[in-house]
Design a binder for this molecule. Structure first.
Ligand SMILES: *[C@@H]1O[C@H](CO)[C@@H](O)[C@H](O)[C@H]1NC(C)=O
Ligand SMILES: *[C@@H]1O[C@H](CO)[C@@H](O)[C@H](O)[C@H]1NC(C)=O
Ligand SMILES: *[C@@H]1O[C@H](CO)[C@@H](O)[C@H](O)[C@H]1NC(C)=O
Ligand SMILES: *[C@@H]1O[C@H](CO)[C@@H](O)[C@H](O)[C@H]1NC(C)=O
Ligand SMILES: *[C@@H]1O[C@H](CO)[C@@H](O)[C@H](O)[C@H]1NC(C)=O
Length: 315
């Protein structure tokens, strides 16, 4: 039945609306009772239609659903519990959960998640438990991902592809009690230091911390990430490379050379000054001696003169 030949778009819209509003329906392959819809292991390949609008708990686990349509999910404004574990969901978008803002429990574990948009969980202020475990293709999480999920008490990030995690991503999780981080290929380079130190100072104490270990670099392979804070601080803050040593050596040599030259110059100046002083005082002494000689000479000459000429005058 095509749109043109049918009863018209108005009717379609009406029936669609009626279908959505009529809360009594139940998806064919699911079990519905008391605001709970159970579609566990029903071989579903996509999100089932006709889910009652007043549903509070929805089980979609153990199927082959590849995506969660925000349009349909958003109609379930009373939903508090959503279990999607063990499906083929590949990505979560900014608007996927925009309508289910009352969600308390969300399980997305064992899916094919490759990306989670930074604002996917931004309206989930009531979310207490979030499971993202067993998504080996999930390689990164944005630091804003958990910015608004401040009620979160349980966060499971086991067995993903995460190599690193911005410590700022955890800052808003003020009531977090359980954090699982094991089974990830943690790359403990210098960028990892902030998270490692945050894990120490925040006293989060992941229950699986013995199994949350570094796979890189060579020196830290097998180290629990809760204990690499200090080695990293040493390696990244106080550790010096060969270039640094050469640089320091050069600086030291420059200081040494400059010191030597300065000492030499000072010595030279002192000697020159001393010499100059000695010479000038000698000259003065010489001068004085010469002057005395002159005076004596003059006196003598005067005497001679007076002796020669004055005497007869006196006589
Ligand atoms: C959902 O149904 C399956 C069987 O179809 C059952 O094993 C499972 O316990 C049910 N889950 C809940 C939460 O009732
Ligand atoms: C999801 O992962 C499973 C097993 O890891 C794989 O068999 C399946 O093909 C993947 N599906 C998609 C759509 O990538
Ligand atoms: C957090 O929620 C507020 C409003 O509730 C919104 O304006 C803001 O963009 C959200 N931030 C993030 C990082 O999701
Ligand atoms: C550390 O590893 C991460 C993940 O591979 C990378 O994004 C980052 O640039 C690396 N940082 C340094 C300082 O090498
Ligand atoms: C760590 O891994 C080992 C072997 O995989 C497992 O037996 C043990 O229960 C794990 N410990 C924790 C705390 O997860």
């Amino acid at each position: 039945m095509s749109l043109a030949s049918g009863p018209g778009p108005g009717w379609l819209l009406f029936s669609f609306g009626m279908g959505l509003v009529s809360g009594s329906k139940c998806p064919n392959s699911c079990l519905c009772q008391a605001q709970e819809v159970n579609c566990t292991a029903m071989h579903l390949t996509e999100y089932p239609p006709d889910i009652p609008l007043n549903t509070r708990r929805l089980y979609l686990n153990n199927n082959r659903i590849t995506s969660l349509p925000a349009m349909h999910l958003g109609l379930l404004s009373d939903l508090v519990y959503l279990d999607c574990h063990n499906n083929w969901i590949q990505e979560v978008m900014d608007y996927t959960f925009i309508g289910v803002f009352k969600l308390i429990y969300l399980d997305l574990s064992s899916n094919n998640l490759t990306s989670i948009s930074p604002f996917s969980f931004s309206v989930l202020h009531n979310l207490v438990q979030l499971n993202l475990a067993n998504n080996p293709c999930l390689l990164s999480l944005d630091k804003h991902t958990f910015a608004n999920t401040s009620s979160l008490r349980y966060l499971d990030l086991r067995n993903t592809g995460l190599q690193t995690l911005d410590h700022a991503a955890l800052h808003h999780l003020v009531v977090l009690q359980t954090l699982y981080l094991s089974g990830n290929p943690w790359k403990c380079n210098c960028s990892f230091m902030d998270l490692a130190i945050y894990l120490i100072v925040s006293h989060l104490d992941p229950p699986d911390d013995e199994n949350a270990t570094c796979v890189e670099p060579m020196e830290l392979v097998g180290w629990p990430i809760t204990r690499v804070g200090n080695p990293l601080r040493y390696m990244c803050l106080t550790h010096l490379d060969r270039q640094d040593y050469i640089f320091l050596l050069l600086i030291g040599f420059c200081i040494f050379a400059a010191g030597t030259v300065a000492a030499w110059l000072t010595g030279m100046c002192a000697v020159l000054y001393q010499n100059a002083r000695r010479r000038s005082s000698e000259e003065e002494a010489e001068d004085e001696a010469g002057h005395r000689v002159e005076v004596a000479k003059r006196l003598f000459q005067n005497k001679e003169k007076s002796g020669q000429e004055g005497f007869p005058q006196l006589v």
